[in-house]
Design a protein. Structure first.
Lengths: 154, 154
DNA sequence: CTTAATGCAAAGGCTTTGCAACCCG
DNA sequence: CGGGTTGCAAAGCCTTTGCATTAAG
């Protein structure tokens, strides 16, 4: 399916749930489509909007992100930083997980069927219904130490 | 080892690293010792302090928490809420993980050797050195739905 | 038309910080 | 004593919200 098809589909979905389709919403969704598997913060999205000369306010950016999360189009990620990140939900894809480097703040995304399997089994054991799962490995990668970003250890 | 012994040990550690031991710091550390395996937010700690008639300002509470995290005495937890939680680090204990209920906001803590093993293996595969890991399962528990707290779905 | 959505600026929640007073070692 | 530590209040950062205006359906 092309990006355009996907965007079309998501927009239809919005309409079906009683939301209005505005150019602002179209633009934000498109940004995530084009971002591939990158995670963007609200500020990231806003900067991309501005760089592209789009007319979307910060407030609307936040409101749109929140709505898209509620609709299960975006998923909210939490990396122990001061702000959240967002990425497109892919219903067909299994949950994926992250290695977060405490030196350089880069994240490595990975999938692992065993982790997912284990998560399901654990949830079952505790009698809860899984909505999402995230395995976060905080680590130091072998990259050069980046003084600028040593915020986790100072 | 008793709680008093542990506190004593941690305080010695502080001193050894050039930090001063103040009544405020003693009190905060003690609160975590007595909290067992509960995770407290900065606000939680501050409330406990006030309830106990202790003289510790909010600013000092935050500063102390930050220092204790830097010293690896506390560990910072992130549950996709608006604020962080803290708990005592236990060097000898394996990392533990959390099920977070999206209905009632309760967390279930669990340990799982397989998860830890898997995490180590994954880190190895990516050539990074593990500092910490957290497996978070977001789920709905079978408790009654609590309207007051349905903040993740409104 | 009707009502949701937007933009703006102000407010909010949580956390950090500047500075003078304080007190640990 | 000297410099780390505290308390207070102000500032900061990210996010949300009230309200008048605009625009989707």
């Amino acid at each position: 399916m092309t990006i355009d098809d996907k965007t079309e589909e998501l927009l239809k979905n919005l309409r079906a749930q009683g939301y209005r389709i505005t150019p602002q919403r179209e633009t934000v969704i498109r940004i995530f489509q084009e971002a591939g598997d990158k995670h963007l913060s609200a500020e990231d999205v806003y900067e991309i909007l501005q760089a592209g000369g789009e007319q979307v306010s910060l407030a609307t950016t936040y409101r749109t992100l929140k709505m898209l999360v509620k609709m299960n189009i975006l998923r909210e990620l939490d990396f122990a930083e001061t702000h959240k990140h967002y990425e497109l939900v892919d219903e067909n894809a299994p949950p994926h997980h992250h290695i977060i480097c405490l030196n350089c703040n880069k994240t490595i995304e990975f999938e692992d069927e065993l982790v997912n399997e284990l998560g399901k089994r654990i949830a079952e054991k505790y009698g809860v219904e899984v909505v999402d799962m995230q395995f976060q490995i905080f680590a130091n990668c072998p990259n050069e130490e980046d003084d600028e970003n040593r915020k986790h250890r100072q």
